[in-house]
Design a protein around this ligand. Sequence first.
Ligand SMILES: NC(=O)c1ccc[n+]([C@@H]2O[C@H](COP(=O)([O-])OP(=O)(O)OC[C@H]3O[C@@H](n4cnc5c(N)ncnc54)[C@H](O)[C@@H]3O)[C@@H](O)[C@H]2O)c1
Ligand SMILES: O=C(O)[C@H](O)COP(=O)(O)O
Length: 525
Amino acid sequence: MPKVLISDKMDPLAAQIFRNRGIEVDEITGKTKDELIAMIGKYDGLAIRSATKVTKDVLAAATNLKVVGRAGIGVDNVDIPAASAKGVVVMNTPFGNSITTAEHAIALMFALARDLPEADKSTQAGKWEKNRFMGVEVTNKTLGLIGAGNIGSIVADRAIGLKMKVAAYDPFLTPERAVEMGVEKVTLEELLARADFITLHTPLTDSTRNILSKENLAKTKKGVRIVNCARGGLIDEAALKEALDSGHVAGAALDVFVTEPATESPLFGTPGFISTPHLGASTNEAQVNVAIQVAEQMADFLLSGGVTNALNMPSLSADEAPKLKPYMALAEHLGGLVGQLEGDAIKGVAIEVEGAAAELNQKPITGAVLAGLMRVYSDTVNMVNAPFLAKERGLDLREVRHDREGDYSTLVRVTVTTPEGAKSVAGTLFANAEPRLVEIFGVKVEADLTGEMLYIVNVDAPGFIGRLGSTLGEAGVNIGTFHLGRRSAGGEAVLLLSVDTPVDDALKAKIAQLPGVKSAKALRF
Ligand SMILES: NC(=O)c1ccc[n+]([C@@H]2O[C@H](COP(=O)([O-])OP(=O)(O)OC[C@H]3O[C@@H](n4cnc5c(N)ncnc54)[C@H](O)[C@@H]3O)[C@@H](O)[C@H]2O)c1
Ligand SMILES: O=C(O)[C@H](O)COP(=O)(O)O
């Protein structure tokens, strides 16, 4: 039974879903990095929000971990390259808290427009300072939207409902989408110059870090009010403090900070400054949404291999997963076969599908071929890290889908490019379930690829099989299955044997010396 750790505060529905689906779950929150490292080894899944930092060290200690599920959007607390290298799937719930976060941005915009926190404080202190608080309307004002993705577009929709004009800067926003959203697509310079309010909705990347830098803050309209419900680091906090102090920026509301938890900041106490402790996603509705989604997604993956919303692997629906499972076994075997036979000589891989296989999602088949192929180099290779490792090795990858139907109703072919030329193996499924090798380097065979095997290339001649059988028998190696193929009578033949015990180097050398043997290689599947 798979085991999941929920390491951040999450709606109880997440644990309930795991249990209902037969997954053991521990809810242990607030642990230090070292405590997490000490306990992570026994879990197959880790469900988190933004507090748990899934660092390289945590991943190194996570010997059983298969999936990290983020109940939320931002995954900057997960070292995704390290997770990918280790073969751990990282998934998030990209829409579950979008409305809630957009509403928080709008709430903060209103809080800034009317100085609500200060007015509340003063009133509750018994001061009744009616003349101190003079706000601004949002109607007819320009909202500068930096980032027009899921949350940004909801903010735009709400702002338009409030009769604001929305000017959006997002290099990936198409003119058609801008029209659909009812926003004006502008450059960052235009936005800075024109916006009465600015709201940020981008991830933190190299291109967005300090997008509101000292220089860009200076380009904003005097009296601008700024909201950040996206990520700390989008605004230069020291420059913001200066701009608030000088009065150039009339107000700023931050839900997110460069360092979190933000228990101290030069911004605290600055007039016009409002803060919330990363509450963007904190509503009952959003937390129920993300808890249900993350638990269902992780359970699908752990129980059936379905992949939804993964950041380091192609999607594979829970419906597709059972159909693809035998193909992935076939693909992994074909990859394993060429990997073991050609190893370092492989410079490129082409994966072709035809017949029934061509109607399926090809990405998981490709991932499985690469996993089989790269396993020659490490036992820890899987579908997540194989494409990454293949890229690192500079393998040239090609995927081809054929409409034609050949000799088999379904076929997967793997062709590797080597200095000796292209070499190809192909396999099919019997009864839609049983992987079978049907061609190896141009020779037709029909073989299972399973357990310990021996691959022999020899000259087709009478008496060879008897001599081989005797050699194996004398060494106490029992033959399980025996598959033979040849290019022509008396020409080159290939033999694939499954054996009950591994063939050691000494026995392999003995076989290689039998008359007519061109090569002998032990394989393992
Ligand atoms: N405060 C919170 O609690 C909270 C809650 C949810 C999400 N978030 C954060 O909000 C942010 C936005 O989330 P989303 O779901 O809308 O993401 P999204 O991926 O749907 O949208 C991000 C948008 O940013 C745009 N973008 C990327 N680089 C840009 C650049 N250099 N300049 C301008 N735009 C750029 C992208 O094109 C995209 O449209 C994320 O960082 C997420 O982590 C915060
Ligand atoms: O990216 C997100 O989803 C938000 O930052 C929410 O973070 P939280 O789950 O820690 O509230």
